[in-house]
Design a protein around this ligand. Structure first.
Ligand SMILES: [Zn+2]
Length: 468
């Protein structure tokens, strides 16, 4: 039993607590961060140039001509990789012809800046019955204007092959409007918008951009796998790859919605993959109201053309519409129990499709204007009070600085921590190696940012292991 006095004190205490709760004081106190200040003193206010403004206006995207290309591709009946490459009216060859004709027209308007290539090759896979089959990819290349960056290439790609329910049936109709005439149309439209910009002579594009329409996706990512090798053979450094696959429909209320951008984790412990960094760059360039980052390599149990790039450790992401309708994918056109199956253009949303083209073009533009991303970013300083970051970068007179980025390990986006004029090593005074992740990116004098390069921790023997 409490005495009267104690009971009175308790009552008063409870009353004060209730008053504080009502005033929001207690809640506010809980929000006060009680972690040690890190870094302990404010960093110098020096900053890199502000990010450049967006340069691709939505009105500059010709949605009508994108839809026209999709209709032309659908009119080929099927574009299955195993169908005819020589029939001008039906099959994969018909698709190739429509795309090449578009690229040729754009090249002509660009004053010869854009180069069109039909890349013929063979591939063997389970879905070619284990036999080599002929394939073709179509590329349009906009060479970089700056010798420092011209051997770095940014790729945008859609696959022009399509499939019916049976992926081995070359005769059934496979309209493939959304999967993936839509992504092909995005790639072609990016070529038109950006080569027009290049032809103006004021684009500032430094790196090379390759606009691809590949085949063999439905037979096992064959065209994309070949493209990785083709680029390496030509001596390109792959700065980033944007795969657009199923980017045409947005049937839910409130459309157009954000487009999903998938990126894989990578395999290095405590450091994000280059693909994840590309996804963050795409979001930062276009805005959170445009891009919905999804931190997984692809939709569950599905695959796409970014995958061969991703598996090669290269920055590659996949754009896909917000909500897929599986009755309109990989289905031979038919009606069953009143349900219509088939991938037709009538289900597409042109406003959404045009938005996706704009986001791709803007990402390609800013990335192709940026200095190269830093390499060999290493974090050292474990078991010391200061984190140390080191990195390498080639000479580039157009680079203004490097930004040192960090984030709480539970946060998904980077923040700028510090700034450095030159590559080498920076000591982050009073910053623990343990509480944040770190990265470095290059900043151009024009305000364009490279993708970030995540720091990899130094490899230290785990406690108790043989140090030999
Ligand atoms: Zn697809």
């Amino acid at each position: 039993m409490t005495s009267d006095g104690e009971a009175r004190v308790l009552r008063i205490g409870t009353a004060i607590l209730a008053a504080m709760l009502a005033a929001g004081v207690v809640q506010a106190q809980q929000r006060v961060v009680r972690d040690p200040a890190e870094p302990p003193t404010r960093l110098p206010k020096t900053k890199a140039p502000a990010r450049m403004m967006r340069g691709v206006a939505r009105q500059s995207v010709d949605t009508k001509s994108m839809v026209e290309l999709i209709d032309e591709l659908v009119a080929c009946g099927t574009r299955l990789t195993l169908s005819s490459w020589t029939d001008a009216k039906r099959g994969a060859g018909c698709g190739r012809d429509k795309i090449k004709a578009r690229f040729d027209k754009i090249a002509e308007a660009s004053g010869g800046k854009l180069q069109v290539i039909v890349d013929e090759f063979e591939a063997t896979a389970e879905r070619t019955s284990g036999k080599p089959v002929p394939l073709q990819n179509v590329y349009a290349i906009l060479p970089g204007a700056d010798p420092v960056m011209a051997k770095t290439v940014f790729v945008v790609s859609g696959h022009f092959d399509s499939r019916p329910s049976d992926v081995m049936d070359p005769n059934a109709d496979a309209p493939g409007a959304d999967d993936d005439a839509s992504g092909t149309a995005v790639s072609v439209e990016c070529a038109r918008v950006l080569s027009k910009l290049a032809a103006s002579g004021k684009s500032g594009l430094r790196a090379t951009i390759l606009f691809a329409a590949v085949s063999g996706e439905e037979q096992g990512l064959l065209g994309s796998g070949h493209l990785v090798e083709w680029l390496k053979e030509k001596g390109y450094t792959i700065g980033g790859m944007l795969d657009d696959d199923i980017v045409g429909a947005d049937p839910s209320q409130g459309a157009p919605h954000r487009v999903r951008v998938f990126s894989g984790n990578g395999e290095i412990e405590d450091a994000d993959s280059p693909s994840r960094e590309l996804a963050r760059a795409v979001e930062e360039i276009n805005g959170r109201d445009a891009i919905r980052m999804i931190f997984r390599v692809d939709r569950y149990g599905r695959g796409g053309d970014h995958y061969p790039f991703y598996k090669a450790g290269l920055p590659a992401v996949r754009f896909t519409e917000p909500q897929e309708d599986y009755n309109h994918q990989h289905q031979t056109p038919r009606t069953e129990n009143g349900v219509e199956y088939g991938d037709f253009a009538k289900y597409l949303n042109a406003a959404f499709l045009g938005n996706v083209a704009r986001y791709n073009a803007e990402a390609l533009r800013q990335l192709a204007m940026a200095p190269a991303a830093p390499t060999e970013v290493r974090l050292t300083g474990a078991v010391t009070p200061d984190a140390k970051l080191s990195w390498k970068a080639d000479e580039d007179p157009e680079r203004a600085a490097f930004e040192i980025l960090w984030r709480e390990t539970t946060e998904s986006r980077w923040q700028v921590l510090d700034f450095s004029q030159s590559a080498g090593q920076t000591v982050l005074k009073g910053v623990s190696t343990d509480n944040h992740f770190f990265a470095v990116r290059s900043v151009g004098k024009n305000g364009a940012r490279s993708i970030a390069t995540a720091s990899q921790p130094e490899v230290r023997p785990a406690p108790g292991t043989n140090k030999k």
